[in-house]
Write a new protein. Structure first.
Lengths: 188, 221
């Protein structure tokens, strides 16, 4: 059953005047036509409140929102690399841990070795120790060669050699020499 | 081409620029497109399926298709009608989920109206008018209802609707005209809307149904 009979050709435009947002010229032409066409005048008059009612009714639906995130789309299309099962990663993790442990051990060994006090030649160390001990006691060694060394050491009290040796033995080099400390660091 | 600044991302780039960037693997650009059209597609899916969960899945499916189509999507084409066409097809091809009671358009709107300001009588009056109008829209056939929804809910103009439903603009005009006349006939029964019945129907003895004088409680639908 046809609900509507065919009428004026401009009637459609008159109904759609609100929806179609006619230009000023078209709208004017339609209104001029409606002045002499009751059908179009009726359509213009009643099309507007229908349009308004629809806009008002859909206004609340236009407030509906969703919180779906775009990450779910990427997951769906598989562009995000799936996170592997942590148990599957365990052997790799332990292997890597072992490598790191070995590296740390080797590094510590190397560093520790480099900080050991320099070992003096085995032949001179006992001599120096003896001379220093004897000097500190103020006694001359009985051995001839040692005696000559002792005399030279006693006479040249302030020689850096003796001083260095003594200070070395007394642990005076536990801190850096003053000259180094005075040097300004470029970092500051 | 749309250039409005998206409130979620603040991205003012046009669809054209975002599509180009997304094609080059720019995920920020893809996300900006998603946030720009997410709600519109959700509402369209909701208006057709009446099921919020289905509408969310339609949003995801639509953008999943867009993501896959990026390489062959022409950035000079208008993205908006393309997305809505995909969403319409997905919505109509979707089977209703089992054990889900589908709500009406009006119930979907009720959720959004829950926080509306105003006196209780004013809110009730607006809710009643909305119920009348959306009830009348639901009585339209699918083709006519779709044109009304795309125009009044999604704000598409007649040319864009023609792209979405893949038919000439003249056909869209004809469908919208028919829908508006039919709605006028339905709504003329309610004098508070100030709509007269079509003269052609008055001439055939059309009698407006008894108008509703007091707002009905929403639960009585
Ligand atoms: Zn006319």
């Amino acid at each position: 059953m046809r609900l509507f009979s065919r009428g004026c050709e401009s009637r459609q435009a008159a109904y759609l005047a609100g929806a179609d947002r006619l230009g000023a010229r078209e709208r004017l032409a339609l209104e001029v036509h409606a002045g002499s066409c009751t059908e179009c005048a009726d359509a213009l008059r009643n099309g507007r409140p229908v349009d308004t009612a629809l806009r008002g009714a859909f206004a609340s639906l236009r407030e509906r929102r969703t919180i779906v995130a775009p990450g779910r789309v990427r997951l769906a299309v598989g562009s995000v690399v799936a996170r592997p099962n942590p148990w599957e990663r365990a052997p790799r993790v332990f292997g890597r841990l072992a490598e790191v442990s070995v590296m740390v051990g080797v590094t510590l060994l190397a560093v520790g070795t480099s900080f050991e006090p320099p070992s003096a030649p085995s032949s001179s160390l006992p001599v120096t120790q003896t001379m220093a001990q004897e000097r500190s006691r103020g006694q001359a060694p009985l051995d001839e060669i040692d005696y000559l060394r002792w005399v030279r050491l006693v006479k040249s009290n302030d020689t850096p050699t003796v001083s260095t040796a003594t200070r070395l033995l007394m642990g005076a080099f536990d801190s850096d020499p003053v000259e180094i400390q005075k040097t300004p660091s470029p970092r500051f | 081409m749309k250039t409005e600044r998206d409130p979620a991302t603040g991205d003012a780039r046009s669809d054209h620029d975002l599509v180009y960037a997304a094609r080059d693997g720019d995920t920020v650009a893809f996300d900006a497109l998603f946030y720009r059209y997410r709600d519109g597609i959700f509402r369209l899916g909701l208006a057709i399926t009446k099921d919020p969960s289905s509408a969310e899945e339609i949003v995801l499916d639509t953008f999943a298709r867009a993501h896959r189509a990026l390489a062959r999507l022409e950035p000079d084409d208008s993205l908006r009608p393309w997305l809505y066409r995909v969403a319409v097809n997905l919505s109509y091809n979707r089977r209703p989920r089992k054990n889900v009671v589908l709500s009406s358009l009006d119930e979907a709107a009720d959720v959004a109206m829950a926080n509306e300001d105003g006196s209780p009588s004013h809110v009730a009056e607006k809710a009643e008018l909305r119920r009348l109008v959306l009830g009348a829209v639901e009585e339209l056939g699918p083709k006519h209802r779709l044109v009304v929804v795309l125009h009044y809910l999604n704000g598409l103009n007649l040319t864009e609707i023609a792209e979405v439903v893949d038919c000439p603009v003249g056909t869209v005009k004809s469908r919208l005209h028919y829908a508006l006349r039919r709605l006028r006939t339905h709504l003329a029964a309610h004098p508070e809307l100030g709509i007269e019945p079509p003269r052609s129907l008055l001439a055939t003895g059309f009698r407006a149904p008894k108008p509703i004088t007091a707002p009905l409680p929403l639960e009585d639908k």
